[in-house]
Design a protein around this ligand. Structure first.
Ligand code: CA
Length: 262
C-alpha cells in the first residue's frame, strides 16, 4: 500500500478525488499521523498501511498544518503533546479553517482535561495512550464507516433526506441545510445530528447516542455527547440556551424536536 512520508520535506502530489467520493470508489482512505515520537509514528504508519490505508506522517504541529492541504486526509490521528504547536492548536486551527477530516486525538493516560478540551475544539474521538495499534486502527475504521455510511448503512449510497422542522439532513451529500442554507458541521456533528434526525421526536439517552454515533459498546464518557450537542446547538439554534431543535430530556438525554412547539 502506498505510503507517503514527507518527513524530509519532499511532498508527493497524489491525484485523487475528494474523501467521500474516494471511499465510494474503493480507493484507500488517507490517514495522516501527527506524532513527534518516532517509534509511535512508525508503528502507526506501519499498522495503518497494513490495514490498507494510505498514510502520511507529520512530526510536528506546524508540519501537520502545512501538510493537510496536500495530503487531504480523511482522518487525522493527532497527538496532543507535540513540540511547538500543540495537537489542540492544530485541531482548533483546522476546524477554524473549515477543514472537515475526522480527528482522533491521542491523549495522555486518563487526562480528562485533554479529552474534553480536544472534543470542544472539534475532535471526533480520542484514544488514550498507551493504546494498541489494533485499537487505533479499529477507531479509524469506525470513524470512516460513519463518514461514508458504508457497512452498517447501505443508505449512504442512495439519496436519503431527513426533514425535521426547517432542517434538512442529506445523507449522501452529508450536508445539513437550515432554511435552505448550508450549515457547516464536522463529521461527528453530522453523525450525531443524523442519528437524532433518524429518531426525531424520540428521547435518546446519552448511552444510546454514544453507542449509535460513536460505536461504543459500553457506557462511556457521556461528556463527549454533551460537548457535541452544545456544538450542534451553537451552529443550528438561534438561541442555544433555548433550543428549538435539540432539546434536553431531563434525566435521559436529548431529542430532536420533530416540530409543533417547544
Ligand atoms: Ca508526543
Amino acid at each position: 500500500m502506498a505510503t507517503r512520508n514527507v518527513r524530509d520535506g519532499e511532498v508527493v502530489r497524489v491525484e485523487k478525488t475528494h474523501g467521500l467520493d474516494r471511499a465510494g470508489q474503493d480507493q484507500p482512505a488517507v490517514v495522516m499521523v501527527v506524532e513527534d515520537e518516532l517509534a509511535i509514528a512508525r508503528l502507526l504508519e506501519y499498522n495503518l498501511s497494513q490495514a490498507g490505508f494510505q498514510v502520511c506522517v507529520a512530526h510536528s504541529g506546524s508540519e501537520a498544518l502545512a501538510l493537510v492541504p496536500r495530503c487531504d486526509p480523511d482522518v487525522l490521528v493527532l497527538d496532543v503533546m507535540l513540540p511547538g504547536i500543540s495537537g489542540m492548536e492544530v485541531c482548533r486551527q483546522l476546524r477554524q479553517a473549515g477543514s472537515r477530516p475526522a480527528i482522533i486525538m491521542l491523549t495522555a493516560r486518563a487526562d480528562e482535561m485533554d479529552r474534553v478540551l480536544g472534543l470542544e475544539l472539534g475532535a471526533d474521538d480520542y484514544v488514550t495512550k498507551p493504546f494498541s495499534p489494533r485499537e487505533l486502527v479499529a477507531r479509524v475504521k469506525a470513524v470512516l464507516r460513519r463518514m461514508t455510511g458504508a457497512g452498517t448503512d447501505p443508505a449512504g449510497t442512495r439519496s436519503e433526506v431527513y426533514t425535521v422542522q426547517d432542517l434538512e439532513v442529506r445523507v449522501r451529500e452529508r450536508e445539513v441545510y437550515r432554511n435552505g442554507r448550508l450549515v457547516e458541521l464536522t463529521a461527528r456533528e453530522f453523525d450525531l445530528l443524523l442519528f437524532l434526525a433518524r429518531h426525531a421526536g424520540a428521547a435518546l439517552s446519552r448511552d444510546q447516542l454514544l453507542s449509535g454515533v460513536w460505536g461504543y459498546d459500553n457506557p462511556g464518557d457521556t461528556r463527549m455527547v454533551d460537548v457535541h450537542i452544545s456544538h450542534l446547538r451553537e451552529k443550528l439554534e438561534d438561541d442555544p440556551k433555548r433550543p428549538q431543535y435539540i432539546q434536553t430530556v431531563r434525566g435521559v438525554g436529548y431529542k430532536l424536536a420533530s416540530g409543533g412547539g417547544r
